[in-house]
Design a protein around this ligand. Sequence first.
Ligand code: HEC
Ligand code: HEC
Length: 194
Amino acid sequence: MRKLKLLFYCALTAAVLTPAVVFAAQTVTEGERLGKSCAGCHATNGYAPGEYIARIGGQNTDYMTKAMKDYAAGSRKGSVEMSIVAKGYSEDQLAAISAYYGSKKWMNSTNKTDKKLVAKGKKIAAENGCFDCHGAKGEGMDAFPRIGGQNKGYMEEAMKRYKEGLIESEEMAVVKDMSEEQLTALSEFFSSLR
Ligand code: HEC
Ligand code: HEC
C-alpha cells in the first residue's frame, strides 16, 4: 500500500513538474533570441566590463523582471536608454529575457577598488542592515538584487536614484539620509565583495 502511494505521488509530481520545466526551457530560449540586442551595451552574456553599465548575466530573475517592467512603465526615471529599450517588448517577453540572463552564471566585476573605501563601506553596510536583505555576500535572492561583484559606478548611480526618489523603493529608504561619500564607499565595498 505504501509503495503504491509513493508511486502515485511520483507520477503526480512528474505530471506537475514536467510541463513547468519544459516551459522554463522554452522561456529561456525565447529570452536568448529576444535578448541578443542587449549585448550591444551589456556585453556578451551580460558581463559588462566597464564601471557604469550594470552586469545582468546571473542577476536574480525576479528582480530583473520587475526592473524591466518598471523601465517599460517609465517608473525608473533617469534612465532614458533603458526605458526606450524596455518599451519595445511585451511583459512576457521581458520576463523571458530576464529568465535567460538569470540562467547565466554570475561573473564578478573587474573594477579596481580602493582598500580604504572598501573597509569604510563594509562598516557602513554592517551598521545599516544591507546584508539582511542582500545576503552576506551581496548575492540577493528573488526580488532582492545581487549587488556583490556588481560594477561600482552603476551601483553608485542607482543608489543616488533611490536617494533622490527617481526610483521609488520602500526597502531602499535606508540610503535617503546618506551622503555621497557614504554611497561611494558602499559601492566600492559591494563591488569588491566575492
Ligand atoms: C543603449 C545601451 C543599452 C542597451 C541596448 C540595453 N541597456 Fe540595459 N542598461 C543600460 C545602462 C546605461 C544601464 C545602467 C544605468 C541606467 O539604469 O540607466 C542599464 C541598466 C539595465 C538594468 C538594470 C540593472 C540592475 O541591476 O538593476 C537591466 C536589468 C538592464 N539594463 C537590462 C537590459 C536588457 C535586458 C536589455 C536588452 C533587452 C538592455 N538592458 C539593453 C544600457 C543599455
Ligand atoms: C529592506 C531590504 C533592503 C535593505 C535593508 C537594503 N536593500 Fe538594497 N535593495 C532592496 C531591494 C528590494 C532593491 C530593489 C528595489 C527596486 O525594485 O528597484 C534594492 C536595490 C539595491 C541596489 C540597486 C541594485 C541594482 O541592481 O540596480 C543597490 C546598489 C542596493 N540595493 C544597495 C543596498 C545597500 C548598500 C544597502 C545598505 C545601505 C541596502 N541596499 C539595503 C532591498 C534592500
